[in-house]
Design a protein around this ligand. Structure first.
Ligand code: NAD
Length: 445
């Protein structure tokens, strides 16, 4: 028997993915996923999965991250349901050919853009919003007519189990599959050729995924993390700013890719912000945040230890307590932090907020521009000119003046870092991407 064209390990029986991937590719080639009827049925069924298994999903998110019901609804399940509704409502419009203008030479012809699915799409998700970041790209991929392999994070293991055991019962299993594994298995999966890869996770693993995709010239979306600056001007109401910053920093115990990572402000503003942040923390989580049902937990021991190490930076002004048994880190504010300290070198991804003092708006802008372009950037001021200046003189995937990541609830806005194809292609033919296509204009132009 010829072994030509087969993955070498397939013949040794050690490649767990080969056969299943082949079947998914064959299903795509039948054209089954391309009809509007099929897409709508799968989307409706996905909506039913979310409704029927709401309790299982809530329990899993609580088990993995100590998420409260409110946080799970607001940042995971309702967002997914809305995405399903949005896709169902717009499916017919999105599938239509888009007429384009002709020129003198082609006056008698018609020209149009036809939006075609890529084929077999791989979606790799992280653990911090393990339902949202798996299901929302899946909605786009189904609506665009693709077959899909879903690879949930092995770290959020309770959610992984629900997705692996229950989701396939709702989807056409010849076209959609959940495949499990950690770094080694995902590496093995990535050796295969996909038609599109949608990866959400860390920049470190993003490089591994991009290298693997390059071997097959596979187009890719990388949704990565980083440090999101938050500038607070002297002209503001410190309590209002503190309420908003605290809410978005400590949501999901700080494990949010678009959370404000650090504050830049003057020494005088730091002195006003610290008591205001203390007020906000007490108001949200009570006198002892460890007993609050509204504060989540760190995902695992490795991240807990990493965060515990960061508590030694600068000076603890608020919080600083931790409990390894519960993977609890108190909502913490660090002051007098130097930019050379570890907490300012890496994405914090936990309930710790460092304050770095600057002497002026110019210095703050220079500080932000010396670093990687962030996924999100925030500015607070009562002076609209200050907000406009920060917006005009910096670059980031998303920007919000006088609020946190509330803009994420707007499906009319695109999402991603500065290099994300959702930004660059948003004006062109967003539907040609398998995901979240109709987000019209990039926030920053
Ligand atoms: P991660 O990069 O460690 O893991 C993401 C996925 O990659 C997981 O499914 C994991 O199994 C897989 N993986 C891990 N190591 C691998 C390897 N060596 N080879 C192949 N695959 C591998 O990220 P994480 O820790 O799960 O998530 C946190 C990161 O995700 C943070 O940096 C955060 O900012 C980022 N994030 C970004 C967004 C966004 O929308 N931009 C959203 C959420 C999280």
């Amino acid at each position: 028997m010829s072994t030509k064209g087969k993955h070498p390990r397939a013949d040794q029986g050690t490649d767990p993915f080969e056969e299943k991937l082949q079947r998914l590719k064959e299903a795509f080639n039948t054209g089954k996923t391309k009809t509007a009827k099929f897409r709508a049925e799968q989307l409706q069924s996905l909506g039913r999965f979310l409704q029927d298994n709401s309790k299982q999903l809530h329990d899993a998110l609580d088990g993995d991250l100590g998420k409260s019901g409110f946080e799970s609804d607001m940042s995971e399940i309702i967002l997914c349901e809305n995405e399903v509704d949005l896709a169902l409502k717009n499916l017919q419009t999105w599938m239509k050919d888009e007429p384009v203008s002709t020129n003198l030479l082609t006056k008698l012809s018609t020209a149009f853009i036809r939006k075609e699915p890529f084929g077999l799409v791989l979606i790799i998700a992280p653990w911090n919003y393990p339902v949202n970041l798996m299901i929302i790209p899946l909605v786009g991929a189904i609506a665009a007519g693709n077959c899909v392999v879903l690879k949930p994070s092995e770290i959020s293991k309770n959610t992984e189990k629900v997705l692996a055991e229950l989701l396939p019962q709702y989807l056409d299993q010849s076209c959609f599959a959940v495949m499990l594994g950690g770094p080694e298995e995902t590496g093995q999966l990535l050796e295969h050729k996909f038609d599109y890869i949608f990866f959400t996770g860390s920049p470190r693993v993003g490089k591994i995924v991009m290298t693997a995709a390059a071997k097959h010239l596979t187009p890719i979306t990388l949704e990565l993390g980083g440090k999101n600056p938050c500038y607070v001007d002297d002209n503001c109401d410190p309590q209002t700013v503190a309420n908003r910053v605290a809410w978005f920093r400590y949501f999901n115990a700080g494990q949010t890719c678009v959370a404000p990572d650090y504050i830049l402000c003057s020494q005088e503003m730091q002195e006003q912000l610290v008591p205001a942040l203390q007020n906000a923390i007490t108001r949200f989580y009570g006198d002892n945040p460890q007993t609050s049902p509204n504060l989540g937990r760190i995902i695992n021991q490795k991240h807990f230890k990493r965060l515990q190490g960061l508590l030694g930076c600068g000076r603890v002004a608020i919080g600083g307590q931790s409990d390894e048994g519960e993977r609890y880190i108190a909502p913490t504010v660090l002051v007098d932090v130097q930019e050379t300290e570890p907490v300012m070198q890496e994405e914090i991804f936990g309930p710790i907020l460092p304050l770095v003092t600057v002497r002026s708006l110019d210095e703050a802008i220079e500080f932000m521009n010396q670093r990687e372009k962030p996924l999100a950037l925030y500015a607070y001021s009562n002076n609209a000119e200050v907000i406009k200046q920060v917006l005009a003189r910096t670059s980031s995937g998303g920007f919000c003046g006088n609020d946190g990541f509330m803009y994420m609830t707007l499906s009319s806005l695109p999402f991603g870092g500065v290099a994300s194809p959702e930004h660059s292609d948003a004006q062109r033919s967003p539907y040609s991407l398998p995901f979240r296509f109709p987000r019209a204009v990039p926030r920053r132009q």
